[in-house]
Ligand binder design. Sequence first.
Ligand code: XMP
Ligand code: MG
Length: 179
Amino acid sequence: MHKDIQQVLLSEEQIRDRIQQLGQELLRDYGDKNPVFVCILKGAVVFYADMIRAFDAHCEMEFIQISSYQGTQSTGNVMIRQDVRKDLQGRHVVILEDILDTGRSLAYVCEHLRSKGVASLKICTLLDKPEGRAPGVTLEADYVGFHIPNAFVVGYGLDYDEYYRNLPYVGILKPEAYA
Ligand code: XMP
Ligand code: MG
């Protein structure tokens, strides 16, 4: 285990097994719809790469980059740094996200993608921290990998100031690691 990690919350195996199950759920719901899977950069990229390979039917890939976090705090000011390229009019879109916390980022992205005239829009998140939701945010995910407690987690795409994204598991960062 990495020296800055206090506890492994989700092992590689647990994540792998859950993604296979989510792939089956998505296949049942989208197998004949040629969905567009939208990856929210950068945090969701590891989950995305595994998730699309667990979906055994036609699908298309798109990427959107937003920013809102500095260190371990959401700034609440969500910005789109890079938009999707494809015309999403009339398409069935599934957003793949690493973590639903305050819900501000996803609320913003959902509104943005809806305005493009999608046929349907759903959210698939690897992690959900139900206690993290900001006041007034009622958004929920349609597919959730794991519900987790209200701790700052890193790994499997999730970062603390860009570090730890390459850990193959999800872990709780030691408080002394937030320098
Ligand atoms: P919100 O608060 O908008 O957050 O739902 C979504 C984005 O914030 C980042 N985030 C985290 N990143 N550990 C991280 O490494 C966390 O515990 C955490 N909570 C939120 C993440 O990038 C996500 O896309
Ligand atoms: Mg992040």
